[in-house]
Design a protein around this ligand. Structure first.
Ligand SMILES: [Zn+2]
Length: 96
């Protein structure tokens, strides 16, 4: 019997474009980028530790909060483009 372990998943999430390490709370430029609607991205979230240093994001699986390293695979111009991709590829969109 083969056991498949899911070690990553692809999901669409609102991912503000990052300007610098200070973030939207302390940097006006970051705050500006954070407010933009067109900040949805397809990301690959790793559910187990990875070697390389990646940024961390929070997702929920079955109501459980999980923090995982992620890579941005693709950015979408707006939410309708994200929704279209989600429908065609059976990818979930996180709205929080
Ligand atoms: Zn900044």
């Amino acid at each position: 019997m083969k056991v498949f372990i899911i070690n990553h998943l692809e999901i669409i999430k609102r991912m503000p474009r990052i300007h610098c390490a200070r973030g939207p709370l302390r940097c006006d430029k970051c705050k500006e980028l954070d407010k933009k609607e067109n900040s949805y991205a397809l990301i690959k979230v790793f559910l187990e530790p990875v070697d390389h240093a990646s940024p961390i994001t929070e997702i929920q699986i079955n109501g459980e909060k999980i923090f995982g390293a992620y890579n941005v695979i693709q950015r979408f111009e707006d939410i309708s483009e994200a929704k279209k991709y989600a429908e065609e590829n059976k990818v979930e969109i996180i709205y929080y």
